[in-house]
Design a protein around this ligand. Structure first.
Ligand code: FMN
Length: 172
């Protein structure tokens, strides 16, 4: 069960060399976290193994981003994206995440693998504004329509800029 954590305004900034890694099963349940994950998210290993990855979901994150994440993975493509996560005590940290399929020794697809790095300040400020607009739109259209409406909004905005999602996130 996901605990209700009250967000604070305190930001934890990743070190330039720091890499946060986690693995999940096919449904997004955590199967592995590295030390950086435990240190920054501030959850001990025993509290996160077997738990859904939304344990670090921050309420400022639009639903549309996670729909895009899962739609991309289901198409067997890797996902790149900027994510604001919450720590155990409500602080937040921004990451640039790359999620890929995780295979066992026989090549069987058993889950997903996420590697996260520190994003640039410019990327955070660009993405923060876009996410704020997506979140506001999601609030207006209601929970059921939120993910699709906010992806449509994002795609329309990217089209105006003459780019695509992957080109946009990788250019920041
Ligand atoms: C490998 C992997 C890593 C993920 N990492 C994060 C993460 O760091 N933060 C996050 O909020 N969601 C992450 N997710 C997505 C969550 O599974 C979930 O879709 C998201 O938190 C939205 O949860 P909700 O639908 O309950 O609101 C990850 C998913 C996978 C497969």
């Amino acid at each position: 069960m996901k605990l209700k954590i009250s967000p604070t305004q305190n930001e934890i900034v990743l070190g330039p060399e720091e890499i946060i890694v986690s693995k999940t099963d096919l449904t997004g349940r955590i199967t592995y976290v590295n030390r950086a994950f435990m240190r920054i998210a501030d959850f001990p290993e025993e509290n996160v193994l077997g738990v859904q990855h939304n344990i670090v979901r921050h309420p400022d994150m639009p639903r549309g981003v996670f729909k895009l994440l899962w739609d991309t993975l289901q198409k067997k493509r890797e996902f790149f994206g900027y994510v604001k996560n919450i720590t155990a005590n409500g602080d937040y940290y921004w990451v640039f995440a790359n999620i890929t399929p995780d295979m066992d020794f026989h090549g069987k697809h058993i889950g997903y693998f996420s590697v996260r790095r520190k994003p640039s300040q410019q990327a955070i400020s660009t993405v923060r504004d876009v996410y704020r607009e997506m979140l506001a739109l999601e609030g207006r259209v209601g929970v059921a329509n939120a993910p699709t409406a906010s992806i449509e909004f994002l795609n329309a905005r990217l089209k105006e800029l003459g780019t695509t999602y992957d080109r946009f996130v990788l250019s920041l």
